[in-house]
Design a protein around this ligand. Structure first.
Ligand SMILES: [Cu+2]
Length: 135
């Protein structure tokens, strides 16, 4: 008697699991284009390696963002000029500290102007300095 009710329960669970599995297979689509923070599109990408930033100068249209990619083996702390107040283009300060392999976007660069940037922890290393022209 006891063994009979166990078998019924197991069969019910198996049917329920099969129904759930069928439902799940067609759902949960992956989101194709993550856009952290929302807002402007990425206008350019600057890559950091052991030999510095590349390209050193980029030009983007107003309202877009610049992506910084740290492909170096060292961390980097990217910030707007001037050092150390970082007040020229605060959107650049959104990049901040990047561990090796990390990347992050600036905020929206809305005001047409030329923005210098640097590695805050290596502010005298000119290979880690560049400019973003917003037009
Ligand atoms: Cu700085």
């Amino acid at each position: 008697m006891a063994s009979c009710s166990v078998r019924v329960a197991a069969l019910t669970m198996a049917l329920a699991a099969a129904a759930c599995g069928g439902g799940d297979s067609s759902s949960t689509p992956t989101s194709p284009t993550p856009s952290p923070g929302g807002g402007g599109s990425s206008g350019a990408t600057i890559t950091i390696t052991g030999s510095g930033v590349s390209p050193r100068t980029v030009t983007v249209s107003a309202g877009s963002r610049v992506t910084f990619v740290n492909n170096d083996s060292r961390p980097h702390d990217m910030a707007s000029n001037p050092h150390p107040s970082h007040t020229d283009c605060p959107a650049i300060n959104d990049v901040g500290f990047l561990q090796p392999g990390q990347s992050r976007q600036t905020g929206n660069l809305n005001t047409p102007r030329t923005c210098g940037f640097h590695d805050h922890n290596r502010d005298s290393d000119t290979s880690l300095q560049g400019t973003i022209t917003i037009q």
